[in-house]
Design a protein. Structure first.
Length: 104
């Protein structure tokens, strides 16, 4: 029987989706697949909000657009991996998020 990948997919849909996915991944329904993608999605969403503050100081639309495209690309890569039931790290920062949020 295939496991439910809804929390894994939801983790990539905004920070609220990541929080809902954490709440859906309770002890009795917790799977390593969902936890993997929740760590990835939460990391991308938190990083986006944290670094957006500093990107705003550049006061350059080129830097802002590049940052948004990079973040959107990471979210799409993770989302497609979750939808295809694959445990692939997102490029550059995936292993960092796995180590940082290993308790989820």
């Amino acid at each position: 029987m295939k496991e439910n990948n809804t929390p894994a997919i939801m983790a990539y849909i905004t920070i609220i989706g990541s929080i809902v996915a954490i709440l859906m991944n309770t002890e009795e329904k917790k799977t390593e697949f969902n936890s993997f993608h929740i760590r990835q999605g939460l990391g991308i969403n938190l990083s986006f909000h944290l670094f957006s503050y500093f990107i705003g100081y550049f006061d350059s639309w080129i830097v802002s657009v590049a940052y948004y495209v990079l973040t959107l690309g990471l979210l799409v890569i993770g989302f497609i991996g979750a939808a295809n039931r694959e445990k692939k790290l997102v490029p550059i920062v995936g292993s960092t998020f796995q180590n940082l949020f290993k308790n989820l």
